[in-house]
Design a protein. Structure first.
Length: 310
């Protein structure tokens, strides 16, 4: 059973990807589609269709799903900023039934990406891996010997929602003010730039980063944003002592200024003993979520079966 491939499905805000992943983490078949904009049921139907597509004709050991929201025991328990009806969705039961397997598992999408990177991306071979997802939002996950740290309520790793003095009174996507995400996410860095008096027509973090060398407000936004995130990472390095810190998401391609500030701030904030911990870009690209979801269900093989069917 454990030699069989597993299916990984990564349900994102703009696209849904599915892959048939072998026991060594290779994606042997993959497909994807745009995420439907007409509600939860359409999203689930598309994800099921893609899962069937990659699994067609193959014996599989199970299906893993990575999706937004807080997920506990396969059920979405909280999804305040996502689509209506997402909270309460029993992902495990839905996909197990639809795909005809009695082995399914679901995990938060940031956690899935981290598990994928730790397994066969930039963290391959390391036992303690900290993965920072710096995209539109800001999240993190600690992966210990291949397993994600989920916490007592499934919320572990919400790095974006810790207080940071540099974010002061800035509004956060969660409704609070003063959180790190409000300054260090893709959205946050643009918000900071506007607050500094930058061009109000600029709304894309990539455009902002591209003009950091010529637009003083953009340069300042990049420095402030990367320094705040780097300081937070330095604190996490001190607490967790990871072998490696991996940065994934759109901001990981933000260029030298962002990376230099981030690494300098992290080293300054961390204990000297761990200040040289490597901080590196992610290695798997768009496959990370699919591979991580496929890995996560593999970890449950033999120990967990679908509720009500065991
Ligand atoms: Zn927040």
């Amino acid at each position: 059973m454990n030699d069989l491939p597993t299916i990984g499905i990564d349900i994102g805000g703009s696209k849904i990807a599915a892959g048939l992943v072998d026991r060594d983490g290779r994606v042997v078949r993959r497909t994807q589609a745009a995420t439907p904009s007409d509600g939860r049921d359409a999203i689930l139907a598309t994800a099921v269709r893609l899962g069937r597509e990659v699994g067609a004709g193959s014996a599989v050991a199970g299906v893993g799903i990575g999706a937004g929201g807080v997920i506990v025991d396969g059920v979405v328990t909280s999804a305040t900023t996502l689509l209506p009806g997402w909270a309460g969705t029993d992902l495990v039961r839905h996909f197990a039934t639809a795909l005809g397997t009695d082995t399914a598992a679901a995990i938060n999408d940031v956690h899935a990406h981290g598990v994928g990177e730790a397994w066969c991306g930039a963290g391959a071979g390391a036992s303690t891996v900290l993965v920072i997802a710096a995209g539109t939002g800001l999240g993190a996950v600690v992966v210990l010997d291949g397993k994600p740290l989920l916490g007592a309520h499934g919320t572990a790793g919400h790095l974006g929602h810790v207080n940071d003095p540099a974010a002061a009174d800035l509004p956060c996507s969660c409704g609070a003010v003063g959180h790190l995400e409000a300054i260090s996410s893709g959205y946050g860095i643009v918000q900071l730039y506007h607050r500094l008096g930058g061009d109000p027509r600029l709304t894309d973090a990539r455009d902002l980063v591209a003009r950091a060398a010529t637009d003083p407000d953009a340069g300042q936004a990049v420095r402030t944003s990367a320094t705040a995130l780097g300081s937070a990472i330095g604190g996490l390095i001190t607490i967790i002592d990871p072998d490696v810190v991996i940065i994934s998401g759109g901001l990981s391609s933000a260029g030298h200024l962002w990376w230099d500030q981030l690494r300098t701030a992290a080293a300054a904030a961390a204990l000297p003993l761990v200040a040289r911990t490597p901080i590196v870009p992610a290695g798997l690209g768009a496959d990370a979520g699919v591979i991580g979801a496929a890995r996560f269900v593999r970890q449950t093989l033999g120990s967990v079966s679908v509720k009500g069917q065991s």
